[in-house]
Design a binder for this molecule. Structure first.
Ligand code: GLA
Length: 402
């Protein structure tokens, strides 16, 4: 697991970088892994992520002027990056700071005027580019630091998740759903969050399978065009929904009874209406969105009955659909999943997160974990020449001050 810094070390580093003065406050927001419910969050469906114990730390204090001074311990070579509250715009050479600036901008979009700038030191131990939501953790930790330092007590943790999503959508240009920011802000130890992204009604479901663990496997590949392919998927789903709504309306359905999202459709609804979706690709994308939502609902019901086998079968079905209908997997990740499924004691395995590389999530019997790591690790190396990393998941608390 990635290295760890103590609060004192972060504070000390902060004072070295930004100079002596007021002691900074230190905050943490975790990364997340999604157990099931992939690419459903922008389709009004359900998701089932949990917060991890690794994430992003922020040490921060306010300034007297309007300057923003940002420093990341992960990209120390960039030094202190300076901008200003008066010019919160994304620029071409923005790096990680777009996420931080985007959050302050999104707070402003809520009609809140920030009275002064801030100094912010960031350090994270989420594996790089792994699809475990380092950007959401960054957005949430900056939002939390801002809330606490500026005294914005009107903002709830859910608001911070929504502010992070707005920053990502409208400042950074990825049309993501709410899952990642919600998990980072609202996570709870030893539980996953069963969230209806249509209503934001959620419930914590303890994940305490006596004989099995959730294991993340990092493929250590990240294919380019992630953002544009993601935005394409979203558009394809919207197009499919529009075709269904048009056809239903022509068939006499009252306007307020039309489905507002693919998540509002049952599998039966989809089967009845799929022929009206004109584009084959959009039809396949919509099928995934509808069926994945139903799988997620069933998976949580299975977990509540301690039925690990049923949960695992749904994870497997999720992967197959993401690979074949949604087309967000890649050969490396498919290899990881196939190897995982060949190991006795692996209950289910699938790609997790946005896709095009990143990680798999597997449910593995405790006594099979060593064989899992050996078979998958060696097989992956042999097939791809790459090294996989494994993390046995501890489900952690959502963002908080430390
Ligand atoms: C990314 C997005 C999320 C979600 C997942 C896919 O992580 O940020 O909103 O859409 O992909 O489930």
């Amino acid at each position: 697991m990635a290295e760890q810094y103590s609060k004192e070390q972060l504070m000390e580093q902060f004072l070295q970088i930004f100079g002596e003065g007021e002691t900074p406050r230190v905050f943490f927001a975790p990364g997340r892994v999604n157990l099931i419910g992939e690419h459903t969050d922008y389709n009004g469906g359900h998701v089932f992520p949990c917060a991890l114990t690794f994430g992003i730390y922020a040490a921060a204090r306010l300034r007297k002027d309007n300057k923003l001074r940002f420093y990341s311990g992960n990209v120390a070579r960039l030094g202190v990056l300076e901008s200003s509250l008066d010019a919160l715009e994304k620029t071409d050479n923005d790096s990680w700071t777009s996420y931080a600036k985007g959050v302050l901008w999104a707070i402003g979009e809520r009609g809140i005027t920030l009275p002064c700038g801030m100094e912010l030191l960031i350090w994270g131990n989420i594996p790089n580019g792994a699809g475990l939501s380092s950007s959401a953790a960054l957005e949430v930790v900056v939002g939390l630091a801002a809330r606490e330092l500026y005294g914005l007590s009107q903002l709830t943790m859910q608001d911070l998740a929504l502010i992070g999503q707005k920053a990502e959508n409208d400042f950074c240009g990825l049309s993501c759903g709410i899952m990642d920011q919600f998990a980072s802000a609202m996570g709870k130890q030893d539980a996953a969050i069963f969230l209806d992204t249509n209503t934001l009604i959620y419930e914590y479901a303890p994940v305490k399978l006596p004989n099995a663990k959730v294991v993340i496997t990092n493929s250590n590949v990240k294919h380019s065009l992630v953002g544009s392919a993601y935005n394409d998927r979203r558009r394809e789903c919207e197009e499919a929904l529009a075709d269904i709504r048009d056809a239903m309306e022509k068939a006499g359905t009252a306007p307020d009874a039309l489905p507002k999202s693919l998540g509002a459709l049952s599998e039966e609804d989809f089967e009845n209406w799929k022929h009206v979706i004109r584009n084959d690709i959009c039809r396949a994308r919509a099928k995934h969105a509808v069926y994945e939502n139903q799988r997620t609902i069933r998976a949580v019901a299975a977990l509540k009955k301690d039925d690990a086998a049923a949960f695992g079968a749904l994870m497997n079905a999720s992967h197959d659909s993401l690979r074949d209908d949604y087309e967000v997997s890649c050969p490396e990740v498919d290899t990881l999943v196939e190897l995982a499924r060949s190991v006795p004691g692996v209950i289910g395995s699938r790609i997790t997160g946005g896709g095009f590389g990143g990680c798999t999530v597997s449910l593995v019997a405790c006594d099979a974990i060593p064989a899992f790591e050996k078979t998958v690790g060696e097989g992956y190396q042999k097939a791809t020449g790459l090294t996989a990393d494994f993390y046995v998941v501890d489900m952690g608390q959502g963002a908080h001050e430390i």
